[in-house]
Design a protein around this ligand. Structure first.
Ligand SMILES: NC(=O)c1ccc[n+]([C@@H]2O[C@H](COP(=O)([O-])OP(=O)(O)OC[C@H]3O[C@@H](n4cnc5c(N)ncnc54)[C@H](O)[C@@H]3O)[C@@H](O)[C@H]2O)c1
Length: 364
């Protein structure tokens, strides 16, 4: 163990934590010294599997922080415990890389944002598609002003039949279903290029027809399933922009449509994907009228056809580590992602009420 490496803890040792571990192991500036999972034996299993036998293992983050001086942690727990783990970690001196979605509710997100402000720690968010070349290209096109004033965005995507299982399908652990799992990515892809305009109102609907159907789910999953498998929403954003959103883990359709961004000067079609966790589903097309008055549909060249999408995770971890080392701002900041969470939270509340509601994010 060398003292100048950042001491890292991994909180939550399930499916996604393995990619965090691989990324820290490959980063010369970090060393994983501790694992924690509330399920006895799970932290140890991960430490052994990743050949990090020297790391200490815990079943309670309080116990972990009582024994460890951690510089940073990855919070890889299911959504329902993101807030408690991230807040505890920041209050005990660690910077946090938090898996997506930010949380289940807006209240939890606000509590995390306040803890980040009070402690001065970095809280960065796990949206690795931001590092994909096609995502960057979208940001460049929108940022260049080529679309003119953007007034409408449709986000599509989702799966014909792809309901996950495990902890993803219960309110107790995931809190929200397709909405939080893949909906948060679709929202990030739509709003990040525009600098995350503030959400103002939302009217939404959610359903669970497929997760609760024996045609689509195993009997043991049907009986556990109590989250959404489909959500649709109409969100008004500041600047007169409308976000027309839909996401599905399952539906009787191949796709609920590509993502479209309409501006006064040009529109862009962003191919849909089943997951959104790697960014756009393919090359984008820009539509506009050229100076000769012709209507053009220009397929934008893939900026990096050889890009290895398996490196996305390491890129997000490396960006977080660089920010910690350099005392820089979070690469994927809470000021943006809290608006993502506010939309998810608004969708849940509007669907429950069956009417349009205001979205209000309290002062942090
Ligand atoms: N960025 C991505 O591409 C990506 C992919 C998959 C999942 N995720 C996100 O990562 C998170 C975890 O997903 P997963 O597939 O690993 O789920 P998982 O259920 O496999 O693992 C979560 C683990 O967290 C543990 N845990 C829960 N509360 C805890 C606590 N208070 N302290 C310590 N451990 C605790 C659970 O016991 C479990 O082992 C979710 O929020 C999910 O949305 C992100």
């Amino acid at each position: 163990m060398t003292d100048n490496k950042l001491k890292i803890g991994i909180i939550g040792c399930g499916g996604i934590s393995g990619l965090h571990v691989n990324s820290y192991k490959a980063n010369p500036d970090t060393e994983i010294v501790a694992f924690c999972d509330i399920v006895p034996g799970k932290a140890q299993e991960m430490a052994t599997h990743k050949k990090l036998a020297g790391a200490r293992c815990y079943t309670d983050i309080r116990e972990m922080f009582a024994h460890e001086q951690l510089d940073a942690v990855s919070v890889c727990t299911y959504n329902a415990t993101h807030a408690e783990c991230a807040i505890y970690a920041m209050e005990h001196g660690a910077h946090v890389l938090l898996e997506k979605p930010m949380s289940v509710t807006l209240d939890e997100a606000v509590a995390m944002a306040r803890a980040e402000k009070a402690t001065g720690k970095i809280l960065s968010h796990g949206f690795q598609p931001r590092y994909a070349p096609l995502t960057r290209q979208l940001c460049e096109v929108v940022g260049s002003g080529r679309l003119g004033e953007v007034y409408y965005i449709q986000t599509g995507g989702g799966r014909r039949n792809g309901i996950p299982n495990g902890t993803f399908i219960e309110k107790r652990t995931a809190g929200i279903g397709a909405l939080g799992d893949i909906g948060c990515y679709a929202i990030d892809l739509a709003l990040n290029p525009l600098g995350y305009p503030k959400p103002l109102t939302v009217t939404a609907n959610t359903s669970d027809y497929f997760g609760k159907s024996l045609k689509y789910s195993e009997p043991e999953n049907v009986s556990r399933f109590d989250v959404d498998d489909f959500a649709s929403a109409y969100v008004r954003l500041e600047g007169g922009i409308v976000l027309d959103f839909r996401i599905a883990w399952a539906m009787n359709m191949d796709t609920s449509g590509d993502m479209l961004m309409l501006g006064r000067d040009a529109g862009i079609r962003i191919p849909s994907t089943e997951c959104w966790n790697r960014g756009p589903g393919g090359q984008m097309t820009l539509y506009y009228k050229n100076s000769a008055g012709c209507e053009v549909g220009e397929i934008l060249p893939d900026p990096d056809p050889e890009f290895d999408y398996n490196t996305l995770f390491a890129r997000k971890v490396d960006a977080f580590v660089d920010a910690v080392i350099n005392g820089a701002a979070a690469p994927i900041p809470t000021s943006q992602i809290i608006r993502n969470q506010a939309i998810l939270d608004g969708i849940v509340r509007s669907a429950e009420l069956g009417s349009e509601i205001d979205i209000e994010i309290p002062e942090i």
